[in-house]
Design a protein. Sequence first.
Length: 577
Amino acid sequence: MGPPRDPSHRTARGVIISTLTTILGQACLFTVTDGGQRLEELSAREWAILAGACNAHALMAPGRELTVHVYHPDGQHFPRTTDDRSFDGRSRLYRRRRLTLRIRNDLQVSPAPVPDSRQRVLLEGDTRHVLLSDDATAVEKPLLVQPGDLRGRILRSARGRAPLWYDELRDLEALRHRWSITRPRRRRVYTDDFAPGGDHEEDTVVPAGPVAPGAPRAVLVGMHWFEIGGAERWAFETVRLVREAGLLPVVLTSRDSHHEWITRPELEGAVLLPLSEPTALTQTPGGEQLLRAVLETFDVRGVVVHHSQWLYDRLPFVKLSRPDVPTVDSTHIVEYRGGGFPVSAVLADHSIDLHHVISPSLAAWMVDTQRVPAEKVVMAPLGGLTVEAADQAFRPRPDGRPFTVAFVGRLARQKAPEVFVAAAARARSRGSDVRFILHGHGELAPWVDDLVDRAGLQDVLERRSGDVPVVRTLEDSDLLAVTSHNEGLTLTTLEAVAHGVPVISTDVGAQSDLVPREALVPRNVHRAVPALARLIGELADDEAARRLLWETERTAERRLLTHTSANDWFREVVSTW
């Protein structure tokens, strides 16, 4: 499991555990032969990212010694760990070198096909380049706009000046994707030579070889990123349950991120692989150097996919290599723009044994619209991941406290914090004596703060970061407002109702599985804002109506939770691995 992450106990000396080495609390597939004295200069987050990058490069260079140059960011950049440029360093990102390591591994992996000479040169080189991001701006760094990206600058300006009209334009553009949601999608069927139809010699698959003798029993978990979010809370919980079952979690991500949550306790002892893309030059089609090494280094007993497109795309290789290893995916939300990860799951259905969904609406979409066999779809709701339900009783409004409405969520476009701010401004203009809490952080945080200032809400709206416990915000609130453009069934809705706080919401995703029609507002932003303000005013003035709304939602929640919970279901599944 490794030592605790107390800085006073940090040491660069490795402790060998089978194929693993525990260094500074991180499970590593390598030892540091030079430069280890500099590692204690890194924060826990930086070291976790660097150790994960070195894990991935060790797997792709088995039995070799590598020189790893580590760089400071020069401006606003996400970490770069395993993309093609990390092999040759041909990028302007690698300007400010911070330290250099020599790492060695004793992994034994069968050779993968490398038909392209460019790939061979990159893979056989002995130097790697890793860019870390700045701790000071990792949490609320604004979205990046690259120099020369005129379209991006125009869109950002439009979003800042007229956020609701910007949302309207985005919705119009998304209409062209609607067919992906309402029509059944064809599955991707791969022959033994991997390409659909099997016509391309360069796509011939060479399956992974046998597992190394004495390999640790493991579960491969593919996640979106190591960041805050409801889906991520559930993904982290599955990692904890894998470890609880006595198996080693091998956790990979591929989405650009500062990986704020990479040091959470659920990941303690896990082998981390925070990947970066593109990898078109270094991940040979059909060869899959990284996955091949994972499957041969670890005795993989199961595969779990949480919103990881990188792993969805490679499940055929995993199934061809390990046909008897069970594969499970977990999805939450059908995206308006192309369907999102549920469509990815449908496309890869032939390589997946069970599809876990969190709401009845998503289960019906899988079975009725996408024609996935009902026996392969498991509906198991989430709950209890952010707060412990108190007495599960209605919370009366305390005497003397202004009526308080909360937003809880990641500050990203999907969650539409701009709609919450606009609704707060509308409610205030109606003369309602209401206070607001906007709880969360993310890439839109600086922009949201500007919106609050422009609306003149500083005296009635409190901003809270994700460092504040969700339970405290619920205790301080009389109503939760979910303003999202798109959702599944939000974890915050379940948690609020369980904690005695009623919910109003945009009519998106599976929110109607819990929130009654009278508390739902249209998804269209210009209709949502006045409707939300009206509901806030009505509920602020009528405590009996607020109690009735909570009682209705609590009844729906009880009905939903008669199903086996996601935790209990997955605990039972992983116990068979």
